[in-house]
Design a protein around this ligand. Structure first.
Ligand SMILES: *[C@@H]1O[C@H](CO)[C@@H](O)[C@H](O)[C@H]1NC(C)=O
Ligand SMILES: *[C@@H]1O[C@H](CO)[C@@H](O)[C@H](O)[C@H]1NC(C)=O
Length: 372
């Protein structure tokens, strides 16, 4: 089935919001991931662009006749509390949800409220995903979400001297041009792929730029002088996108999901950072936390997105812009209920915000597959 490429127009920028980019993982075999937050001295822009995502929402009326609705910027909207939403009992009896993310079982004080917030785009509605209908429509379709590249930590003795010759005792080798084995075959096998990348690109606590830096390799050789991570990210994205475009099976559909925001306040995860909100943030609070000018703890969110949008320009990936809606959801992380020594303001409570991502994904997919 041909892909209609117009369903999402991205990259229109406006001056007042920014957004981010998310990348994710998969692809990157290249990446060794981890979260790196790099230093991004580069981007000191005074304008933070908000990337608008337009989607034509299509519905049926009661007789089943499709109604085409005007394109809608679904990334522009607000969260509305709907007390009538009831969660299925995703409590301690639900073993499928990892316990650190099950905020109902862990008694997070707003655990039951998290899914009562519904994303309402300004000019349209985002329909809830209907699992049965989805399975019927996409029978015999292979869908894969690719992420998490492998971290390839090196230590000098394991590595035959290459690192040592560069003056490092340990580091993370990232081959920018070699797809990771975990997904290299995916484009030729799956019908639908969803990529994303991690937070690792701006993570000085994981990738000490001096003691254990990320070292980028191309054609099997180290790139010297060593590249800063944001430059390595661009290379990884470039190779990954072109690899997937070359290898994707005919008619296959590729998505790139934008960056999932973290919500640490008062410091990073290892500095006592916390996220104690019980309701979604207000727009001013979102800007306070994420604007590039503020250069706050979670600044990588929009930075990674900038790289992502740039890399995807001109490609035929569809972009799932989940960043903007998710930036509001400081209330939806496990926080102290995650069972760790520190607050978890990075992963999401399940069910929760990621279910809205699914709603968006399914709407988007239907839009691509069933247009006309
Ligand atoms: C942003 O903050 C980090 C650490 O908090 C600092 O190292 C970096 O230089 C700052 N970047 C800019 C562009 O101000
Ligand atoms: C949550 O509360 C229930 C009922 O009070 C209790 O049995 C359970 O141990 C609590 N779970 C956690 C992780 O604290």
């Amino acid at each position: 089935m041909p892909i209609r490429g117009h369903s999402l127009h991205h990259a229109k920028k406006s001056a007042s919001h920014s957004s981010s980019c998310s990348t994710s993982l998969l692809f990157i075999s290249l990446l060794c991931l981890a979260s790196l937050f790099l230093v991004y001295s580069l981007f000191k822009s005074s304008v933070s662009p908000h990337n608008h995502q337009n989607l034509q929402f299509k519905r049926s009326d009661s007789s089943g006749t499709p109604i085409l609705v005007e394109p809608c910027d679904y990334s522009d909207g607000m969260w509305i509390y709907d007390p009538s939403v009831r969660s299925a009992p995703y409590d301690h009896t639900c073993k499928e949800i990892f316990k650190g993310w099950n905020c109902i079982a862990s008694n997070k004080s707003n655990g039951l409220d998290i899914i009562k917030w519904h994303w309402k785009p300004k000019g349209c509605d985002l329909p809830r995903f209907d699992p049965v209908r989805f399975l019927e429509r996409f029978r015999n379709t292979n869908v894969e979400a690719c992420f998490t590249p492998i971290s390839c930590r090196w230590s000098a003795d394991a590595n035959g001297g290459t690192l040592e010759s560069l003056g490092y005792k340990e580091g993370f080798r990232v081959d920018v041009d070699i797809p990771d084995g975990t997904w290299a075959e995916a484009p030729s096998f799956h019908d639908i792929l969803i990529f994303n990348t991690g937070h690792w690109w701006w993570a000085p606590s994981k990738f000490d730029p001096v003691k254990s830096p990320m070292l980028f390799f191309e054609n099997g050789l180290p790139l010297i002088p060593a590249l800063p991570p944001h430059v390595g990210l661009d290379l990884v994205l470039k190779h990954m996108i072109s690899f997937v475009e070359r290898r994707m099976r005919t008619g296959g559909i590729k998505f790139f999901r934008t960056q999932s925001p973290r919500h640490f306040e008062g410091g990073d995860w290892d500095q006592g950072g916390f996220c104690q909100h019980l309701q979604p943030l207000l727009p001013e609070q979102v800007e306070e936390l994420f604007s590039l000018e503020n250069n706050g703890t979670n600044v990588e969110t929009r930075l990674v997105n900038q790289h992502l949008y740039k890399a995807l320009q001109g490609s035929d990936f569809h972009i799932l812009e989940i960043t903007r809606m998710s930036e509001f959801r400081a209330d939806a992380h496990p926080s102290t209920a995650g069972g760790k020594k520190h607050d978890d303001c990075m992963h999401w409570c399940l069910p929760g915000t990621t279910d809205t991502w699914n709603d968006l994904f399914i709407t988007h997919l239907n839009n691509i597959k069933f247009q006309n």
